[in-house]
Design a protein around this ligand. Structure first.
Ligand code: ADP
Length: 161
């Protein structure tokens, strides 16, 4: 069985993430979307909220599982018995960081490979940080996130935090 992990912060999940998730789910028997719970990274949304958003969006796709993880990605991959990590490349600016991370992970565990999917052209400018920036300053982020996620963003940026 081919099982892959797609790790990320998903803070919040965007149409670009979803494009990658749905494409990957067709390539592998099982796709585990790993939501990083990193105490060093201040997120706009709690790990529970990020997991819930992804669960809502993937509820009709049986081979996708959403799981929170903390610590090293290679340890999470081992725990899940997955040997493939999926990551996305939007532009050359993603490449340097992604290459370094993929090589580091292979150095730690030679049994794990990273597979890169290129962003769909129509989503290549979409990022979680742009959504957060737009939401914070009252901009229109509706084209950046799936419509089911809009209430979460509104709630998260209603001024109460
Ligand atoms: P991280 O904080 O680990 O970079 P993100 O949640 O920002 O996590 O992104 C997770 C992965 O999804 C990364 O590999 C990133 O390059 C990819 N990604 C993010 N946005 C897009 C997009 N619009 N299209 C394709 N891939 C994307």
């Amino acid at each position: 069985m081919k099982k892959a992990i797609y790790p990320g912060s998903f803070d919040p999940v965007t149409v670009g993430h979803m494009d990658l998730i749905m494409r990957s789910a067709k390539m592998f028997d099982e796709l585990v979307v790993g939501v990083l719970d990193n105490y060093r990274k201040q997120c706009a949304f709690s790990v529970e909220e990020r997991v819930e958003m992804l669960e809502v969006l993937t509820k009709d796709v049986p081979n996708i599982k959403i799981k929170a993880f903390s610590g090293l990605l290679v340890d999470f991959a081992k725990q899940e018995d997955a040997h493939i990590i999926v990551r996305g490349l939007r532009a050359i600016t993603d490449f340097e960081y992604e290459l370094q991370m993929a090589q580091t992970n292979r150095q730690i565990d030679g049994g794990i490979d990273t597979v890169f999917l290129t962003a769909s052209a129509e989503y290549s400018y979409v990022s979680s940080s742009a959504v957060r920036e737009l939401a914070l300053f009252g901009g229109d982020y509706s084209g950046f996130v799936p419509c089911e996620i809009m209430p979460y963003i509104k709630k998260g940026f209603d001024g109460s935090r």
